[in-house]
Design a protein around this ligand. Structure first.
Ligand code: SF4
Length: 436
């Protein structure tokens, strides 16, 4: 007897869900997906259901990631875990949403008939601010200002998953910032696939700098506004000047460069050259005092030779990035890089990954050491579960979840979500140790 095919998310949301039902969500992937998970929970909470942990919920939702192989595998494993819980009667319904479902809904429906509802990505509301259930600590929030991107990097499947680039209206973004400020949020992380393209659809110009200037004017409680996912070719002098000038804008710029060698940048359709990239980083360093630059690189892109990779290593040594992530190239069906010649063998990718991470490890250690003896403003994120009188926090140079932590030892209790002035005593590879 064949299992009925899963309902669409739309049908699922239209259904009357009886009050006693409980819902839980597992968010996979990036901060942008986390915002979508908050919107999904907001919609379900609107139906009066109670939010609990997914592994004990009547309705378990998994908001999947479908960006690269590793992320896809994690999403599949999570669906299999939920199917096991359903068979054990611990959960009643499985709902699969997000990028993997957007990309492979038919395959998922065939492979996993146990799924009750299946749907793709959340569509960004341009004007309305959807109800959300926060999945972040109350003192921090992610605000998504736009969706998808105009760029067509040859290794990336995201524009095909996310569709047409769309910016929220300035009024909608500012209203959400006001709401965050009113409920006592201290740190807002601005996200999108390419936040530096914000407004290109609405104003036919890059409008992020102007939006940020509006934001700082209306915030009282919010003290840190951090920019995540800036596209190098779209960073304007105006934006750099606003980051440098506005105290509330963290002196932190997340700009995934992906590579540095001209043939690879060209091959990957990144829209920027080696020289332009070097000038951009130098300009940020000149104009933004104490700038902390986060970036990511992909090693093993099709056509990458030892010479191209050596150039990348030299660049990382010269530029000394404060925060750096490395990925090995993951061939994605449907991207033009997938069919390119000169695919790099997996073992070479791994070698290059480890070599570049090693270079960064020593750079990061020496960069961390420059903070010893300094007094830094730290946002208290949580109390250390393992150590009495110890708290965990971050400086404005550390984004949530991806960057380092400040371990703070203090004789007096601290309040989560407050700022504290911490004297740095010691460092670990990526973390700092301080006292009050
Ligand atoms: S900027 Fe490039 S890598 Fe980033 S989402 Fe767009 S196409 Fe993908």
């Amino acid at each position: 007897m064949s299992m009925p095919s899963p309902k669409s998310l739309k049908q699922f949301y239209k259904e009357r869900i009886s009050q006693e039902k409980t819902v839980g969500i597992i968010n996979l992937g990036c901060a942008r997906n986390l915002v979508d998970s908050q919107v999904i929970l907001g919609r379900l909470k609107g139906k009066g259901v109670k939010i609990v942990n997914a592994d004990e919920a009547d309705i378990a939702v998994v908001n999947t990631c479908g960006f690269i192989e590793e992320a896809k595998q994690e999403s599949i494993d999570t669906i299999l875990d939920l199917i096991k819980l359903k068979k054990e009667g611990k959960i009643k319904k499985i709902v699969v949403a997000g990028c993997l479902a957007q990309r492979y809904s038919k395959t998922l429906a065939e492979e996993f008939p146990e799924i009750d509802a299946l749907g793709g990505i959340e569509h960004l509301e341009q004007e309305k601010i959807p109800a959300q259930v926060a999945l972040t600590p109350t003192h921090m929030a992610y605000v998504k200002i736009c969706e998808s991107c105009y760029n067509r990097c040859n290794f990336c499947i995201i524009p095909q998953i996310k569709g047409k680039f769309i910016s929220r209206t300035v009024a909608s973004v500012l209203e959400e910032i006001r709401q965050c400020d009113a409920r006592g949020v201290k740190e807002v992380n601005i996200v999108g696939q390419d936040i530096t393209a914000y407004g290109m659809d609405l104003f036919h110009e890059k409008h992020l700098a102007k939006l940020l200037q509006e934001m700082v004017k209306i915030t009282k409680n919010i003290q840190w506004i951090r920019l995540l996912y800036a596209y190098p070719a779209h960073i304007t002098d105006k934006l750099i000047d606003v980051i440098a000038k506005e105290e509330k804008l963290c002196k932190y710029i997340d700009v995934p460069l992906q590579h540095i060698s001209d043939p690879i940048l060209k091959n990957m359709n990144r829209g920027i050259t080696t020289q332009q990239t070097i000038e951009l980083i130098q300009k940020i360093r000149q104009k933004v005092r104490n700038a902390s630059i986060r970036t990511t690189f992909i090693v093993g892109l099709p056509g990458e030779t030892d010479k191209h990779f050596d150039e990348l290593c030299q660049f990382v040594q010269n530029m000394r990035f404060e925060k750096l992530g490395v990925f090995t190239y993951s061939p994605e069906e449907g991207t033009s890089a997938f069919d390119m010649p000169d695919q790099v063998p997996e073992e070479i990718k791994q070698e290059r990954y480890h070599q570049l991470m090693q270079i960064q490890q020593s750079i990061s250690q020496s960069i961390q050491e420059r903070y010893i003896g300094q007094t830094l403003k730290v946002l208290i994120d949580e109390k250390d579960k393992n150590e009495e009188n110890r708290y965990l926090g971050r400086t404005e140079f550390d984004a949530p979840d991806v960057d380092g932590t400040v371990f703070i030892t203090t004789p007096k209790p601290l309040t989560i979500g407050d700022f504290a002035t911490v004297t740095i005593k010691d460092t670990l590879e990526y973390d700092l140790i301080g006292t009050i």
